[in-house]
Design a protein around this ligand. Sequence first.
Ligand code: A3P
Length: 280
Amino acid sequence: SDDNNDIGDGDGGQLAHRFPSAIIIGVKKSGTRALLEFLRLNPAVKAPGPEVHFFDRHFDRGFDWYRRQMPLTTADQLTIEKSPSYFVTKTAPERVHRLDPTMKLIVVVRDPITRAISDYTQTASKRPGMPSFEHMAFINATNAVLPKMTPANAQGVNTSWGAIRIGIYHRFVSRWLEYFPLHQIHFVNGERLITHPAEEIAAVEKFVGLRPTVRAEDFVLNTEKGFPCIKRTDGTTHCLGKTKGRAHPKVSPHAISRLRTFYAPLNDRFYELIGRNFGW
Ligand code: A3P
């Protein structure tokens, strides 16, 4: 072998569909697509294009079906999959563990308020005439299902709305921790993935055991949208698709401040659980 592109040589030369050794399990709308696209700058990383949704929707198809959804790789490459719905799927931790108790789990997290607004923006883009964010986020007489008011919910936040519920990270992480040790879960800072993509990617490369190859020079900031794009060696740039980096609606400062009060103790429980503070 004469250069480092020649990763197909030697014992690992046999092309096969292999199970992933790492999965990006969530969190939806935190930058999961950006993470996967940026990680693929490392030539050793291989991933299926679409989300596979095996551990939530298609589990009855069996492990061999799952394996066959994976790209052809040599043994020295790293197969990785991302399906952000796994994070909130009750049965997923046990199922992933059953496949491979050594699976490395990657979770992108961002401020649950921004995440909720992003989630809302995505839903509203598909559902014209959807009520305002504020209308959805707080309990009011016209909500079809009125959740119980609890002390934790003195802000009248509508925790039965998925966009709000998914941001209660500690609840979901606790379930994963019943099956996987904390050191097998890597958290990506979704805010820093936007401002410092190379650093966040380097941390993931280290976590999955790859030689770091992604560098700051691989990115260029799209000044129009404010998000980083990939700078290719031929000088062209590649940004994520139109559905990533959408303009968010203006949410009233009062609503934001009620959500801050609501999420503050929940974020603290998350930080305590994982031993890391994101400062939201
Ligand atoms: P918005 O479109 O609401 O801004 P996911 O891929 O998990 O669905 O997350 C989508 C979010 O990723 C986007 O939400 C955006 O904020 C964030 N993101 C992070 N890095 C990005 C990038 N380089 N380009 C576009 N969006 C990025």
